[in-house]
Design a protein around this ligand. Sequence first.
Ligand code: J2J
Length: 538
Amino acid sequence: MKSVEQRWPDEFARLYREAGYWRGETFPGFLRDRAAERPDAIAVVDGARRWSYAELHRRAEAHAAGFLALGLVPGQRVVVQLGNIAEFFSVVFGLFRAGLVPVYSLPAHRLTEIVHLAQRSEAAAYIAGEDYDGFDYRVLARDLRDAVPEVRHVVIVGDAQEFMALDACVADTANLPADPDPAAVAFMQISGGSTGLPKLIPRTHDDYIYSFRASNEICSVTQDSVFLVALPAAHNFPMSSPGHMGALYAGARVVLSLAPNPDFTFPLIERERVTITGLVPPLALLWMQAAPTNTRDLSSLKILLVGGAKFIPEAAKRVRATLGCQLQQVFGMAEGLVNYTRLNDPDDIVIHTQGRPISPDDEVLVVDDQGREVEEGKPGYLLTRGPYTIRAYHNDEAANQRSFTPDGYYRTGDVVRRLAGGYLEVLGRAGDHINRAGEKISAEEIEDHLLAHSGVFDAAIVSIPDPTLGERSCAFVIAQEEGLKSSTLKAWMRKRGIAAFKVPDQIVFVDRFETTAAGKVSRKELRARLRGEFLTQN
Ligand code: J2J
C-alpha cells in the first residue's frame, strides 16, 4: 500500500487487546468456524436460493483462489458494487480470504463516484452485478476502465459479456495463503461526510468484528435469529449494527430483500420468520403506515432498529402498537462509534434518546466552539475515540486534518446532548450535508457538479425538512443562461454519472445571493441564510 494507514497508538491497541475487545479474529476465520460448527444451517437467503454455511464457505474459498489466480495480490483494493444478492457474501468473504480489501460502493453510485473510489483507493479490480434495478453495470465498467486503466480486472456477477464472470472466477484452493492479519485493514467503507467527495474509512478485522460481536449482545442476536437486510447491504448500518455481519458471526440466518418497502419485506418476514431488522426513519414510517392494512404475519419480528437519521419521538412511540415489536434506536457512523438504546431501557429513554455507546472504552466528549467540554444536558459537538473508531481516513491528509483532533478524537460533526447514564440525544449537526432518508449528501460535492454546467453562475445546496424523507435537497442557482430549466439541470446531472439520490430534489432560481454589508459571506452562512429564507417563505 502506498500510504500507510494511521492506526491506534500502541498503548491503545494494547488496552483494547487486554480488555478482550480485539481478539485476533478475522472474517475468513469466523466463517470457517461457523461452517465447521453448523455446516447445514442456512446462512443466506436470496429469493429461492438458500446457501448453507458450508456452501457460503466453499464458494468464498473458491473465489479467493480465483481472485488470486487473476494476478491480484493480497493487500490490493477491489471496488465492490453489489446489491442485495447472495453473491455479495461469496464475493466479500472471498476477498477477505485472499487478503484483498473490498471498497464498498452502493448500487446507486454511478461513474463519477466509482472513478473517485477507484482512484482514491488505488483499486486493482472492480466487481459488480450485470444489472440491478434496471441499470447495466457493464457499461459503467467499460467507462471505468477507460477512465482508470489501473483497474485491470473486472468481474461481473451474471452475464459478463467481455468481462470475467464470477462463476468462472474460481480456482484450486490448495494454495490459498494464511488468513489475513487481524490488525490489517479488512475493507473500506465510504463516508457520507459533509465536505467534498466521499472519503474512505479503513476498518480492521479486529475493530469491526468487535463492534458487531458486542452489538449482537446488545440486540440479543443468537444463532436462532433471522436478520432481514432491507437497506442496501453495503451500508454500514445493515452491515454491522448488528447487521448481516453480526448475524453471520452468530451463525444466524440472513435474509436479503431487493427493496425495503413493505410489498417486498412483509412477505419475506412472514415466509422466513424474520426476528430482527434495521431501517432508516422514513422507511420505519412507511412500514408503520402499511401495518393496519397488512395481511401478512409479522409476529416473528421482535426487534426493529431505527437509525441513520433522527427518529422523532412521536413516531418512536408508535412502533410497538403498529408493528408489534420492540424498538431500539441506533445512532452510528461508518467511522466507528455506535450507540444503542438497550432492550431493558425504560420507554422514556427508548423514545427520546439515540442510545449510549457500545463499549465502556468508547470515549465521548461533548464540546463547545472552543473545544471545552460542556455540562451534561447542554448541546455541543460530539468527539469520540475508541476501540472501533478510526484514527484517520485512507489517503486523505486534508480531511484528516479537519476531522481528527491531535489526540486522535474523530470530530463526528454531530451536535448532541449527553444525558444521565451516557445516553445521547442527537440535536443536529455542524457540517453542511443533507441527510436524505439516511443517505448523506455533501453540499459541496453537489455544488461542484452544478458549477460545472455552463449555464450556472453560482449554486448553493441546502437541506429542507421533508415529511417523507426527513430532509430533501434544495439547490439555489444563479443562472447565466437564458431560460435554463430545472428539469434540464437535473437531467444533465444524472447524465454526469452521479447517484440519483444526489440530484437536487428541488431547484430554485434566484437572481443573486444576498451578501452582508461587509460584502463577504462564507458558504456556510450563505447556505444557512438561504435555508432560513426558504423556510419562512414556505
Ligand atoms: C440522528 N442522526 C443519526 C440517529 C446516524 C448504525 C446506524 C446508523 C449509521 C449511519 C451507522 C442517527 N439520529 N439515530 O453507520 O452503524 C447520522 C449522524 C452520523 C451519520 C453517520 C450505523 N444515526 N445519524 O447512519 O456513516 O449525523 O452511518 O454522524 O451513514 O448519520 O452516517 P453513516
